[in-house]
Design a binder for this molecule. Structure first.
Ligand code: ZN
Length: 210
């Protein structure tokens, strides 16, 4: 079982124990560490990027209780330095956290956020509703979400066994395994690019100003 330090730490570098490194059919190397800071793909966001020793980490996935780092070269067993790319982590955390704020805004209109996809260039939050919701416009969501950004709300985290909840300021917390900014101010300006109704759902597409 890989210890998933990324759930409780924003650190991007540490020394880790390489437990195994196996060559795949396509010439890559699957590396398992005793503990990792690399967030795997999942929860609506892409995996972290970075290095393990001299090897580049191409993608990261979770398979049962192990985190698998797919690398471009062999990594010797034993201790290795691991470094997570701060540029990719920061972009993914900003996009993911913006998704939380858009989710809160929709819920104030009586909609329920059922799915988030926070990949660069295609980020969206999908809403459904139980009772009569109010109409949501892109302008109103954008205004409210950016008000939460401007307020600089601090992230708060609660852990209950394996289950982690993330909230910002006094906004309601979501059970979530992704990566998040420490303060909503880090997100920068959120731009709602499109709001589309589809089979009783509302799809809210968004992006960030660089
Ligand atoms: Zn989250």
């Amino acid at each position: 079982m890989t210890q998933r330090h990324y759930l409780t730490s924003d650190d991007l570098s540490m020394n880790a124990q390489v437990l195994s490194c196996s060559r795949t059919e396509d010439g890559r190397f699957e590396v398992v560490l005793a503990a990792t800071l690399f967030h795997p793909q999942g929860g609506g966001q892409p995996s972290d990027q970075g290095t393990i020793g001299d090897a580049s980490v191409l993608r990261v996935s979770q398979v049962e209780d192990q985190v698998i780092h797919v690398c471009d070269r062999d990594v010797p067993l034993g201790e290795a330095r691991i470094d997570v790319s701060s540029a990719a982590r920061s972009l993914h955390a900003r996009l993911h956290s913006a998704g939380h704020l858009i989710g809160f805004c929709g819920e104030e209109f009586g909609w329920r956020a059922v799915k988030g996809h926070h990949w660069p260039g295609e980020a969206r939050v999908i809403f459904e509703h139980d009772v009569d919701p109010r109409e949501m416009t892109g302008e109103i969501i954008e205004q409210q979400a950016n008000a939460h950004v401007a307020a600089g709300l601090s992230r708060n985290m609660t852990l209950d066994g394996d289950k982690r909840s993330i909230g910002f300021g006094s906004l309601p917390a979501y059970s979530c395994g992704g990566t998040h900014v420490g303060s909503t101010a880090e997100i920068g300006k959120i731009k709602i690019s499109k709001v589309k109704e589809k089979k009783g759902q509302v799809w809210v597409y968004y992006d960030l100003e660089q």
